[in-house]
Design a binder for this molecule. Structure first.
Ligand code: NAD
Length: 499
C-alpha cells in the first residue's frame, strides 16, 4: 500500500509538496511507518507566507464580532469529529484514546476562550484630556504569526495560539511537529468547512528548514513556539534578529511533594496519572517524587503497587492505560536513564525496560520505572527525561524540599499533596515554577488563563493561551487624539451654562 504523504494546507486547499527530504510518521504502538512528511521547499513556504500576508489585508478588516463566528463553526465541526481526530492522534502519537480526546477537548476550550475577543479587543478612552480634545487607545492586529509546535499535543498546542491570533485579526501559519502532523492535517478540512477565508489559517509541514525560513521571513511578525529548551532558545534569538515578538515554551522537570499529612488514597491516583499519563511525555508531568522519612516507605510502596497495575498497549484497544513512546530513538534515550540508574546502583523499585505488550512487539514501549533514594546530583533529578521514569527522594523537612525544587534549572510546574494550608501556601508562593498544583498532579491551566513556565522552561514575556497576556501579544495599541474644530466653533455659538 502506498504511504500517505502529508499535505500542506494553503488557501483552504491541500497541496502536496515535492521535496528531496521526507520524515517518517510512525504509529508508535505498531512501530510502523504510516505516513511521510515532506520538508516543504522554500518556494512553497513563501507561497504560504504570501497567502497569509494577502489574507491579513482582508481578515484584519472583518469585524471581530464576525471573526469569532468562524471560530464557533470550527468549534462545532471539531466537536462533531472528536472521535475521528482523537483516533488519528492516538495512531500518530501513541497516547491512549481518552488522552487523545483530552487533547481535543483542550483544543475546544481554547477556541471557547478566544470567543471572548470582542471583550478583549476593547480599548480605552478619556474625553476632555484638554479642552475639546479626546484621547482613545484602540487595539489593532499585527500581521502573520508562525506557530511551531512539539509532538506531544498535536492539536492542543497549535490551538494555544491559533484561535487567539485569528480572532484578534491576524493570520497564521502552523508548522506542526514532523513527528505528529496528521491531526492538524485533518483539521485543515474543518477549517475550510468552517468557511474561514483563504489564507487565514495555513499549515506548512517539515522540520528545522521550514522553521528557519519562517523565522527569517520579514513578513512574519510573531512566533509562538513550544518544544525543547535548546530549540526554544534558538527560536527566541533567531526570531528576535528580525524583530519578531516571541512566546517560546521549553522543557520541564517537575517535582511533586507528598507531605506526611497527605490524603494518600486520593494522592496515589493523581501521582500515577501525573508521572505516567501520556507515557510521561507531558511538560506538566511530575518526574521527581519528594517524600519524608515519616511517610517514605508507605508512599513508595503504594505508588509502586499502583504503577505495576498499569496496562501497556495500543491506545485504541480496550483496557489500556498507557501507550508507547514517540520513537524508538526516544525509547532508547529514556532507557539510557534507566541504564544509568542501574549502573550507578540506584535503588530500582520497578523496572519498565523490557515491558513490551505481547501483541505489539515492534512498538516503542517502556513500562513505568521507579528509582528510589536517588542522589540529588544524579542526572535523573537534573535532566528532563520525558518518559515514564520516576525518581523518589527523601528529605528531612519542607525547606529542604523547597531548596531542591528551586535549584532545578527548569520551572514549568510543581505539585504538593497536603492537608496543611500552611505548607500549601508556602509551596504556592515560594516555588519558582509557572504552574502550581495543590493536591493536583497536572497543573494545567484552563484555556482562559495564560500558560507558561519560568527559568529555562520559558523565554519571552507574554504567555500562550488566553487571559490577559494574549491580547498584548497579538495586538498593537494605537493612540488616537482628536479635536473637532467645527465642534469648538459651534460651542461658541451655543455656550454651555458653565460659561
Ligand atoms: P522539539 O524541540 O524537538 O521540536 C519542537 C518543534 O521545533 C518541532 O516543530 C520541530 O520541527 C522544531 N525543531 C526541532 N529542532 C529544531 C531545530 N534545530 N531548529 C529549528 N526547529 C526545530 O520538541 P519535541 O521533542 O517535539 O517536544 C517535546 C518537548 O517539548 C519537551 O521538552 C517538552 O517539555 C516540551 N514541551 C513544553 C511545553 C511547555 O508548555 N513548556 C509543552 C509541550 C511540550
Amino acid at each position: 500500500m502506498e504511504l500517505h504523504i502529508v499535505k500542506n494546507f494553503i488557501d483552504n486547499a491541500y497541496h502536496e509538496a515535492i521535496s528531496d527530504k521526507y520524515y517518517d510518521v510512525y504509529n508508535p504502538a505498531f512501530g510502523e511507518v504510516i505516513a511521510r512528511v515532506p520538508e516543504t521547499p522554500r518556494e512553497e513556504i513563501d507561497r504560504a507566507i504570501e497567502s497569509s500576508v494577502n489574507a491579513f489585508e482582508r481578515w484584519s478588516k472583518v469585524p471581530v464580532t464576525e471573526r469569532i463566528k468562524y471560530l464557533f463553526r470550527l468549534h462545532e465541526l471539531i466537536q462533531n469529529n472528536i472521535d475521528e481526530i482523537a483516533k488519528t492522534t492516538t495512531n500518530e502519537h501513541g497516547k491512549i484514546f481518552n488522552e487523545s480526546k483530552g487533547d481535543v477537548i483542550r483544543t475546544l476550550e481554547n477556541i471557547e476562550a478566544a470567543s471572548a475577543e470582542v471583550y478583549h479587543m476593547m480599548g480605552k478612552n478619556n474625553t476632555e484630556i484638554a479642552t475639546n480634545i479626546d484621547e482613545f487607545m484602540i487595539r489593532v492586529p499585527i500581521g502573520v504569526f508562525a506557530i511551531i509546535s512539539p509532538f506531544n499535543f498535536p492539536l492542543m498546542v497549535p490551538f494555544w495560539f491559533v484561535p487567539y491570533a485569528v480572532a484578534t485579526g491576524n493570520t497564521v501559519i502552523v508548522k506542526p511537529s514532523e513527528k505528529t502532523p496528521l491531526s492538524m492535517e485533518l483539521v485543515g478540512e474543518l477549517i475550510r468547512k468552517a468557511g474561514f477565508p483563504e489564507g487565514v489559517i495555513n499549515i506548512i509541514n517539515g522540520g528545522s528548514d521550514v522553521v528557519n525560513r519562517l523565522l527569517d521571513s520579514k513578513e512574519i511578525k510573531g512566533v509562538g513556539f513550544v518544544g525543547t529548551t535548546g530549540v526554544a532558545q534558538y527560536v527566541y534569538k533567531k526570531a528576535s534578529e528580525s524583530y519578531k515578538r516571541v512566546i517560546a515554551n521549553g522543557s520541564a522537570k517537575n517535582f511533586a511533594i507528598v507531605m506526611p499529612d497527605a490524603n494518600l488514597s486520593q494522592t496515589i491516583p493523581n501521582l500515577i496519572s501525573s508521572f505516567f499519563g501520556n507515557a510521561g511525555e507531558r511538560c506538566l508531568a511530575n518526574s521527581v517524587l519528594i517524600t519524608f522519612k515519616e511517610n517514605h516507605d508507605k508512599v513508595v510502596s503504594e505508588f509502586a503497587r499502583a504503577s505495576s497495575k498499569i496496562r501497556l498497549g495500543y491506545g485504541l484497544d480496550k483496557d489500556v492505560d498507557m501507550g508507547p513512546l514517540i520513537r524508538e530513538e526516544h525509547r532508547q534515550k529514556v532507557k539510557s536513564y534507566i541504564d544509568y540508574g542501574k549502573e550507578n546502583k540506584i535503588k530500582l523499585i520497578i523496572d519498565g525496560s523490557d515491558k513490551v505488550p505481547e501483541k505489539y512487539k515492534k512498538g516503542f514501549f517502556l513500562g513505568p520505572t521507579i528509582f528510589d533514594e536517588v542522589p540529588l546530583d544524579s542526572k535523573l533529578i537534573k535532566e528532563e527525561i520525558f518518559g515514564p521514569v520516576a525518581s523518589v527522594i527523601v528529605v528531612d523537612n519542607f525547606d529542604e524540599a523547597l531548596n531542591i525544587i528551586n535549584s532545578s534549572k527548569y520551572g514549568n510546574a510543581g505539585s504538593i499533596f497536603t492537608e496543611s494550608g500552611y505548607y500549601a501556601r508556602r509551596f504556592a508562593n515560594e516555588v519558582n515554577a509557572g504552574n502550581i498544583g495543590i493536591n493536583i498532579g497536572i497543573a494545567a491551566p484552563l484555556g482562559y488563563y495564560p500558560f507558561g513556565g519560568m527559568k529555562d522552561s520559558f523565554f519571552g514575556m507574554l504567555h500562550a493561551q488566553g487571559g490577559e497576556d494574549h491580547i498584548m501579544f497579538y495586538t498593537e495599541r494605537k493612540i488616537i487624539i482628536n479635536r473637532w474644530f467645527g465642534y469648538s466653533e459651534k460651542e461658541k455659538e451655543t455656550p454651555t451654562t458653565l460659561k
